[in-house]
Design a protein around this ligand. Structure first.
Ligand code: 3PG
Length: 207
């Protein structure tokens, strides 16, 4: 198991974040750290992703940073250069996966069916994102996949404070991701206290 996987297992919950304003990066990082989740998956759904990763990395050198919604090799390069620890993609793109493997970059690609798991295993991958988790069958699908394949999953997509227990109770689940702790609307409005409370509530699920 890689050190990134070990850190994900320890953290168990990864806030998935879209940054629309670079001024939000430091207060958000501080809020996550102070409330118990020193990690973030910053998605390339906004144009600020690479700059946000860089700012977060510079300000909080020890925070675990994933780059999310990575769709291209250029985005892999931008994310790694900015200081991302690992790459997450919504789907399984062999080109991006091979590029990451060739460059010793940890990638957790998305899968949601047996054929994709097998393709990922062919590349030697052992940790996969299960996305979109709830629309793809949720824990029932994960149980079925885990009965067959010796891989670990990081489900995201539709996970909330109300169903995370069901996911975390599965041995095959390394960690869960989601936007519910730091939704864009609250980030854009600078609601750090509310986000802090959502993060604390999520952390209570781990105790
Ligand atoms: C992701 O990018 O991992 C998901 O879109 C997060 O899904 P959620 O908004 O349902 O948590």
């Amino acid at each position: 198991m890689t050190s990134i996987e070990q850190q994900l297992i320890k953290l168990k919950i990864i806030p998935v974040i879209a940054i629309n304003n670079l001024d939000d990066v430091i207060p958000l990082g501080r809020t996550l750290i102070q409330n118990g989740l020193p990690c973030a998956e910053i998605t390339f759904r906004t144009d600020f992703a690479a700059q946000a990763i860089q700012k977060l990395r510079t300000t909080y050198p020890d925070i675990l940073i994933g780059a999310g919604t990575v769709l291209t090799i250029k985005q892999v390069d931008d994310a790694v250069e900015a200081g991302a620890d690992f790459i997450v993609s919504p789907g399984f793109n062999p080109k991006t996966v091979q590029y990451c493997l060739d460059n010793n970059v940890t990638i957790i690609p998305g899968i949601n069916n047996p054929s994709l798991v097998e393709q990922a295993m062919d590349f030697g991958l052992k940790t996969l994102k299960f996305f979109p988790a709830e629309p793809s069958g949720g824990t029932a699908m994960l149980k079925a996949l885990s009965a067959v394949y010796p891989v670990k999953f990081m489900p995201t997509g539709g996970i909330t404070i109300d169903n995370i227990d069901d996911y975390l109770s599965l041995d095959s689940v390394l960690a869960c991701g989601g936007t519910w702790m730091a939704p864009s609307k609250l980030i854009d409005q600078g609601c750090w206290q509310e986000i802090g409370e959502l993060v604390r509530q999520a952390c209570l699920k781990l105790s």
